[in-house]
Design a protein around this ligand. Structure first.
Ligand SMILES: C=C1C[C@]23C[C@H]1CC[C@H]2[C@]1(C)CCC[C@@](C)(C(=O)O)[C@H]1[C@@H]3C(=O)O
Ligand SMILES: O=C(O)CCC(=O)C(=O)O
Ligand SMILES: [Fe+2]
Length: 373
């Protein structure tokens, strides 16, 4: 396999599918990055300096201390109005749980390619394994493997446990238990952050929570193999998250960059911190007051890198619309009404999420079903 690209028929957990994939163990040792992984120069330009993300200590707020909450709200308002990125510490998520999640994802990505392909994503679905998204795209491929699964609260059955059991079987039962707990912790934290965001925007503290409590969120494990020519490739290209709120843990390698003040700046890893960023959907929910900022993940010549991303999403069919109060004060409604289901469909069927997703989605919405702003 000269180009490293294989087209195989594999027996997926749902059906027999044809999959295009790059075997990462082959990729890692290539002295030259294959053309389909090369990104335009302006996307791979080196980061220049560290990004000074505000470090928000959630300890006092989580204990119900009003003064501490007031301080946190101010910090969050400032960060979200300027770039939409901040980090939280004392967030209440057990460090052992984070550790366990990494151990379990390592075990998964170490599997031989034929086993990973048994759980590969089917066309149009977000769930399962993807190698460089080679089944969806043919250029500017990301230098990564991902494993994604859904999470929503369900008192009757633990959805993540079940996903692991039904796709990977007995060997990964423990992984299912760990990721079920991890997602529950992320959702709990996400709901707390929505309270803070609401307070900071001057709306009822339960306003956003109501939209998200029964939503289905996306959990994604990212594995970025080392790369011989890191100045040509990208782990995740420049983009804004189309989702609402992202809670990310990155390992100690570093590689998450934010485009702010007209340059790429790096967010140095902190094992005790979670990186939070506003996504396009929340930008719309705040009438554009809070920013969804362009970011990327670069790759490393010597080290592989891992990250755990939890994308909090509203209930699919609920209307995404900024609160009346905000729109009235701002004088204009910046985005048309839509549902998360509309935007998700746009990014999975018609448009590859990038820096301009929200702008192009808005145009697409307005051209497909005209409505008044
Ligand atoms: C709704 C989503 C689409 C992506 C996964 C979730 C949230 C982030 C999006 C993504 C990571 C943004 C960068 C491009 C992308 C294609 C990727 O590199 O994985 C995006 C995801 C996707 O479409 O699968
Ligand atoms: O891996 C990272 O640090 C960032 C990944 C990312 O931005 C994403 O998956 O949306
Ligand atoms: Fe992202």
């Amino acid at each position: 396999m000269d180009s490293g690209l294989c087209l195989v028929s594999s027996l997926n957990h749902h059906q027999d599918v044809q999959t295009c994939f790059f075997d990462p163990s082959w990729l890692r040792v290539q002295p030259q990055v294959p053309m389909s992984f090369v990104w335009p120069k302006e996307c791979v330009v080196d980061a220049n300096g560290e990004f000074q993300t505000p470090l928000v200590d959630l300890g006092g707020f989580l204990r119900g201390d009003d003064k501490a909450t007031h301080r946190v709200v101010k910090l969050i308002r400032k960060a979200c109005s300027t770039h939409g990125f901040f980090q939280v510490i004392n967030h209440g998520v057990d460090p052992l749980l984070i550790h366990e999640a990494y151990d379990q994802m390592d075990a998964f990505f170490k599997l031989p390619i034929h086993r990973k392909l048994c759980v590969c994503k089917t066309p149009g679905s977000l769930w399962g394994y993807s190698g460089a998204h080679a089944d969806r795209f043919s250029s500017k491929l990301p230098w990564k493997e991902t494993f994604s699964f859904p999470f929503h609260d369900n008192i009757l059955q633990p959805v993540v446990n079940n996903f692991f059991k039904s796709t990977l079987g007995k060997d990964f039962e423990q992984a299912g238990v760990a990721f079920q707990k991890y997602c529950e912790a992320m959702k709990e934290l996400g709901m707390k952050l929505l309270e803070l965001l609401a307070i900071s925007l001057g709306v009822d503290k339960l306003h956003y929570k109501k939209l998200f409590e029964d939503g289905c969120s996306i959990m994604r494990c990212n594995y970025y193999p080392s790369c011989q020519q890191p100045s040509l490739a990208l782990g995740t290209g420049p983009h804004c998250d189309p989702t609402s709120l992202t809670i990310l843990h990155q390992d100690q390698v570093g590689g998450l960059d934010v485009f702010a003040d007209n340059r790429w700046q790096t967010i140095p890893p902190r094992p005790d911190a979670l990186v939070i960023n506003i996504g396009d959907t929340f930008m719309a929910l705040s009438n554009g007051r809070y920013k969804s900022c362009v970011h990327r993940a670069v790759v490393n010549k010597y080290k592989e890198r891992r990250s755990l991303a939890f994308f909090l999403c509203p209930k699919e069919d609920k209307v995404v619309r900024a609160p009346e109060d905000i729109v009235r004060k701002d004088g204009t409604k910046q985005y048309p009404d839509f549902t998360w289901s509309n935007l998700l469909e746009f990014t999975q069927k018609y448009y590859r999420a990038d820096e301009a997703t929200l702008q192009n989605f808005t145009k697409w919405l307005q051209s497909s079903k005209p409505q008044t702003l």
